[in-house]
Write a protein that binds this ligand. Structure first.
Ligand SMILES: Nc1ncnc2c1ncn2[C@@H]1O[C@H](COP(=O)(O)OP(=O)(O)OP(=O)(O)O)[C@@H](O)[C@H]1O
Ligand SMILES: [Mg+2]
Length: 599
């Protein structure tokens, strides 16, 4: 018996070998693809070089179930054993009792395969006597537990002797506690980041609640540096989480002889990645970077540089925490419970809003740059944080900043509170809360209420953001009429309402009467949707603030920008207010407003 992979799970495959009279010919049936189809050529050389007879007759290999596609080189070993047994050089009694996998080299050595862990989990579930697989994969398979015997082999000869009871092999054991003890040590530490207290605090809150984060700042301000240190403050992995993540890495053959991934993964794909590379795909679908980052961090550095269709595919996994890929052959699901961390510059030259450098971009360039990231995607990123350049004074300061371990203690504490809060629900952190939980757990106290009220009034959101009367009439017009609106009106680019939940973005001076944007390129409802929703903007803004998982951004157009972010964390509400960037911003954030926010 052997097994093949479908997604991140293994299914049993029965390898049948037939030797018939006639001219020598090899056939492999049972939808073998790629390396599996070439198996017999490798097997022939391996059998001969191990010293057994190779039947030079008509050979047929069947991989059952015959209607499921199979890929990979792992059938070499079971096919070779089948042929040797068919030649009566091997007893057949054991062949059914073990799951066997391994790629053969021409001289008969057994080489590593993909998916050792899912195979062992399958063998455990189906109550096989054990798993015989390459020694390089034995450790990962042994993680499946002591209830299944894992035998690591190095050559075809050794395997035959083992099955003939001529050689004893000791089942491989994995020392899980040792693996976990040596995990969670990192080369990086938050204490190396000087200054940036606000960004660090934002990452801490994000880690505590499992929120996605977007960092915006000029080149060299330390965004990449901060993101790389995020795993050091995330809570330690649980055994179940580690198994799930290890399965994905096992299927991709990325374990390198290690037993387990017990450290939260940090995946930082380059921005030239394809959508299949990111979320998984291929004719026989394989997991992508998102699944490799399962229970860890997916870091998209230079977010606007990613191809638009590529980052758009993230929308579904960010919502569902899994990826479903449909093919004619059936549907596969890959795990994708990730924390998304993205970093970007505020404009193409990178210095927009930086006091020390002049920005050379035109407002249109800035707008175009930012519009590469769609509202619906931004909508799924709970925390947006400005990362300003570090001041020389902070850089040269000798005092070391707080180390990751102590930040992590607070994160652990916060997660503990959340786990208690969500006990009995299929929810593990704040970011997974739905509308019902928000209403139940995120009650604002009176002080918070006052703060929010002040914020709304100060930012002129509730009273001043008029719904444009025109929009109401558009709402009633037919689709055709809407389509025929004058081009000059269409070019107004001033209001964006992004997504249907979570975030309201208003670009325009507070208090200004706002024309309607027609540029919402990838919103499912497009400009028409934005127009339709505009009349309810003030209402949405107020409601969003009330439920407090949301963020409101206000900017004066063009050049100036200010962001006000409110998210609920475990103690109630945590407010992060971005760096002020202009006269307007300074005016708006003047005390007592800013002092209240930072208190
Ligand atoms: N706060 C800081 N403390 C210590 N070193 C810093 C800090 N910020 C930046 N650096 C130094 O500057 C280097 C560049 O930082 P980093 O690559 O993180 O910048 P970035 O914000 O990602 O820039 P870009 O937008 O160009 O990608 C870091 O490797 C680090 O040595
Ligand atoms: Mg960078």
């Amino acid at each position: 018996m052997s097994s093949a992979l479908a997604g991140v799970d293994a299914f049993p495959v029965e390898v049948e070998v037939d030797i018939a009279g006639g001219l020598p010919r090899f056939t492999t049936v049972g939808l073998a693809e790629g390396a599996a189809r070439e198996s017999l050529d490798r097997v022939k050389a391996a059998i001969k070089n191990t010293g057994y007879d190779f039947p030079n007759r008509r050979l047929t290999v069947n991989l059952a179930p015959a209607d499921t596609r199979k890929e990979g080189s792992a059938f070499d070993l079971p096919i070779a054993l089948g042929l040797i047994a068919a030649n009566n050089a091997l007893k057949r009694d054991h062949l059914h009792r073990y799951l066997m996998l391994g790629e053969l080299s021409l001289d008969g050595r057994v080489k590593s395969i993909k998916g050792g862990l899912p195979t062992a989990l399958l063998a455990r579930m189906r109550k096989f006597a054990g798993v015989v697989l390459p020694r390089d994969n034995a450790m990962e398979a042994a993680v499946a537990g002591d209830s299944i015997a894992i035998y690591g082999v190095e050559s075809l000869q050794e395997t035959v002797e083992f099955l003939e009871d001529l050689r004893q092999l000791t089942p491989v054991k994995a020392d899980i506690s040792q693996v976990f003890a040596s995990a969670n040590t990192y080369d990086l530490d938050f204490s190396e980041v000087r200054g940036q207290e606000q960004a660090k605090r934002a990452l801490e809150v994000a880690a505590a609640g499992g929120h996605n984060v977007l960092m915006i700042g000029p080149p060299g301000s330390g965004k990449t540096m901060l993101a790389k240190r995020l795993p050091t403050i995330l809570p330690e992995m649980t055994f179940e989480e580690a198994i799930e993540t290890t399965k994905v890495h096992s299927v991709m053959g990325l374990l390198d002889g290690h037993a387990m991934i017990a450290t939260r993964p940090f995946r930082a794909p380059h921005h030239t990645i394809s959508d299949a590379g990111l979320i998984g795909g291929g004719s026989l679908p394989r997991p992508g970077e998102v699944s490799l980052a399962h229970h860890g961090v997916l870091f998209l550095d230079e977010l606007p540089e990613f191809r638009k269709n590529v980052i758009e595919v993230l929308r579904q996994p960010l919502e569902d925490l899994k990826i479903t890929i449909s093919r004619v052959m059936g549907t596969l699901t890959f795990p994708a419970s990730i924390m998304l961390v993205a970093a970007m510059n505020p404009c193409p030259c990178g210095f927009h809003g930086d006091a020390t450098h002049e920005c050379t971009c035109s407002p249109q360039m800035v707008q175009r740059y930012r519009s590469r990231i769609s509202g619906p995607l931004l909508d799924r990123i709970d925390i947006h944080v400005d990362v300003p350049p570090v001041k020389y004074k902070e850089l040269k300061e000798m005092r070391t900043a707080e180390p990751s371990v102590s930040i992590r203690q607070r994160v652990d504490q916060a997660r503990k509170v959340q786990l208690e809060r969500f006990a009995g629900k299929r929810m593990f952190c704040n970011a997974q809360m739905g509308a019902r939980e928000l209403a139940a757990y995120c009650q604002v106290n009176s002080a918070g209420e006052r703060l929010l009220e002040l914020a709304i009034n100060r930012l002129g959101l509730s009273a001043r953001v008029h719904p444009n009367p025109e929009s109401r009439t558009h709402h009633c017009r037919s689709r055709r009429q809407r389509h025929n609106r004058s081009p000059s009106h269409r070019r107004d680019n001033t209001v964006q309402i992004a997504g249907s939940h979570g975030r309201v973005t208003i670009i325009g001076s507070p208090g200004q009467r706002l024309p309607i944007s027609q540029r919402m390129p990838s919103s499912p409802t497009g400009a028409a949707g934005a127009r339709r929703r505009l009349p309810t903007l003030a209402f949405i803004a107020r409601r969003k603030i009330e439920t407090r998982r949301q963020e409101i951004a206000v900017a004066s157009h063009p050049g100036t920008r200010m962001m006000f972010t409110g998210i609920a964390d475990w103690r109630g509400i945590a407010l992060i207010i971005s760096q002020s960037r202009s006269e307007l911003t300074r005016r708006l954030t003047a005390a007592p407003f800013s002092s209240q926010l930072s208190s």
